[in-house]
Design a protein around this ligand. Sequence first.
Ligand code: UN1
Length: 508
Amino acid sequence: MTSIPDILEELGLSDVNAGGGTGRWWAAGERDRLIESVNPATGQPIAAVRPCTPDDYRRIVRDAAEAFARWRMVPAPKRGECVRLIGEALRDKKDRLGTLVSLEVGKIKAEGDGEVQEMIDMADFAVGQSRMLAGLTLQSERARHRMFEQWHPLGPVGVITAFNFPVAVWAWNAFLAAVAGDTVVWKPSPKAALCAIAVQHICNRVMEQEGWPGIFSLFITDRTELAQAMVEDRRLPLISFTGSVPVGRQVASTVARRLGRTLLELSGNNAVIVDETADMDLAVRAILFGAVGTAGQRCTTTRRLFVQESRYEQLIKRLVQAYEQVHIGDPLKDGVLMGPLIDRAAVEGYRAAIDEAKQEGGRVLYGGRVLEGPGFFVEPTIMTAKPEWPVMQRETFAPILYVTTYRTLEEAIGMQNNVPQGLSSALFTNHLRHSEQFLSAAGSDCGIANVNLGTSGAEIGGAFGGEKETGGGREAGSDAWKAYMRRQTNTINWGTDLPLAQGIRFGE
Ligand code: UN1
């Protein structure tokens, strides 16, 4: 494998002086404090990054606001052309950037590369969207009046992302925002600062070549008060936040206080239902990917499994066999399916959830142990559990799958919906009526509902997001672009009279 310094250099992080596995990122920023980027597979630092100061923050937002004043007047298809070139640059760097994602957050290489592919797909989507930021023409009730709507750029927007999708989630937001005419201030997770710096470099090199510096900017901090300043900042009309429910609640109330807009992608607690007619091969593969993929650290991870009681024995037997084949280890090694959790705290969260479920009376059917040695590795785990237990009601960001049996589909859908979160859901069935029931108004209450495929691994073409405590936001495909623009209703009177709406006569 190429060394860490090589990878950093090839990604244009030449300022990172990485020697012996440890490096430093010397940018503007706090002189005396560094944020260490740690490889979760070894527990060793990769590089250290200087966080932004309050002064840096003020400058970043001032510049983003100034750049917005110019960018909003560039025709949208021209903005799309910049994003097209960014997509090309990402294609060129896919392998290297995918490796950096693996190194910094512990995803297996296929998933690190997959995340970069998700950025590329998003760039392509945004390029097309740049010619389709269309408003409606509406029918005026007044003669010789034309009524229509237009979508205008919104402003500099704030994007706060989590460690688990350190590059793709920014792209969902940033590429749509950019074609919409917004500038983007990105606060990445401090646990994935290198990925953010690398992406920022790749994109900004393109933007500078095209004569558009300052459209994307990066604000790295691990200080709550600085993140809070960003969320409170009236110059950012939209804050897009991906993370936990407790932090999302704070973001939402802070932004609501200034009557700004939020786009929230918060916790999921996603379930798979396997009915009596399900194709077991499909179900087992989908559950394995959904529950074990990314070491259970996706917001779409399968955390709950409801099995029709007649299929329970068979499904558990096959799942355990599949889990036994999962190689855990260095995420960059061929054949490894599960890398580490992000840090020690995540390992403690895993341990605590398993202990709590055991105390309630849950049985471990597979796994359940923290692995010795360097790095933050755990076993993927299957446990029996009851849906009302608090541990099954909340999202633990780890590969723990809770299993419960059911008799009727109504019962299964009821249990599935009876949690505070509402992101993703899936039913495995060959029964037409079950499928329709699951997708009906009385079916799954989630933002994503799938039949015969799992809860995770959504493609970017659909709107991504969920209901209830998941926050209600929609990102990526469909009409998610509207969140980054302001709608204006326009009426033009081309007549010589001034008829009033609702037939009102005034002073005539
Ligand atoms: C996330 O975990 O924050 O659907 C996003 C998926 C990915 C995105 C997950 N495309 O699993």
